[in-house]
Design a binder for this molecule. Structure first.
Ligand SMILES: [Fe+2]
Length: 299
């Protein structure tokens, strides 16, 4: 009935809510128990990604090489040694360096590998139809990049417009190097909730604080351990967990973010979610999500 109604009239957009309504909604969403927590009994879990870490790593090396950024000996972990300072420099506002922007556009071969992974790997771990990000986010973080003090900057993707029902998949394409591992930290839902309570679930205030107050970020480190996921696995986590990258010490880290949302949860949404970034992406199939759900990737 709900779906039939949804087809007839568009859902209200989250940004049409008043500030107080948004805060109330987020308080409710962050207090609920998620499907992820029910299924896994925790807020994060490491899952096998079989041969796909290696396949996607090779794809990234191939794409970089094709775009004029060779990776000597396929040694992604040492890519920073051959990159120019300009390629490593971060845009201070969005924390993206130039070499990462080279992977904004991929190609059919990369997309086929990604879709194979959705079909043959993700579907095994999440055995129900789900929508998945049409374009994965690939990140390259190098030591020594100018403006790397953009990081740490804690956030949840929900702060930037994503639906709280999403599941985050974080897949390292490089090997962790102790003691820093990947330069990536995550806290759990309960600690996130405590922090958001302090801000009365006002995301604008949280964002302002993490941007301006470095010690505030460093304080969250105490409840956000280093992610140590081995190459060949991926970290799946409840999207309500605060997380951040950190400046890298000694090695280059390449990782992929994939967000998925169970079709049942998507259909139960009573709001349309939309990004706050430059592109104002709507979180619907055909925009942020691939038009077809996971069970229909191959027509
Ligand atoms: Fe994020």
């Amino acid at each position: 009935m709900k779906n039939a109604q949804a087809l007839q009239e568009p859902l209200p957009n989250i940004h049409a809510l008043s500030k107080d309504e948004q805060k109330k909604l987020m308080r409710k969403k962050f207090t609920a128990t998620s499907r992820f927590q029910n299924e896994f009994g925790k807020d994060a879990v490491e899952l096998d990604c079989g041969e796909y870490a290696q396949k996607l790593r090779q794809e990234v090396i191939r794409l970089l090489t094709a775009k004029g950024v060779p990776v000597p000996d396929g040694d992604l972990e040492n890519l920073h040694k051959t990159l120019s300072p300009e390629m490593k420099e971060y845009n201070f506002d969005d924390g993206v360096n130039k070499v990462t922007t080279f992977l904004y556009d991929t190609d059919d071969q990369f997309i086929d590998t990604y879709h194979d992974m959705v079909k043959l790997c993700l579907q095994k771990h999440f055995p129900y139809p789900f929508y998945f990000q049409a374009t994965t986010t690939i990140r390259i973080h190098c030591p020594g990049g100018k403006h790397s003090d953009h990081y740490p900057r804690y956030h949840t993707d929900i702060n930037y417009g994503h639906p709280p029902e999403e599941i985050n998949l974080w897949l390292p394409l490089t090997r962790p190097l102790a003691p820093q591992y990947h330069g990536f930290r995550r806290t759990d839902v309960e600690n996130t909730r405590h922090i958001l309570h302090e801000f009365n679930y006002d995301f604008d205030k949280l964002i302002e604080r993490v941007v301006q107050d470095k010690p505030f970020n460093l304080d969250i480190h105490k409840v956000a351990p280093e992610v140590t996921t081995q190459f060949g696995k991926m970290l799946a986590f409840d999207s309500r967990c605060l997380h951040t990258g950190e400046p890298l010490d000694k090695h280059t880290r390449v990782s992929m973010d994939i967000r998925i949302i169970p079709v049942a949860d998507f259909n139960a949404l009573d709001l349309e979610y939309q990004g706050t970034g430059r592109r104002k992406m709507r979180y619907v199939p055909g925009q942020a999500y691939y038009p077809l759900s996971s069970d229909r990737v191959y027509p």
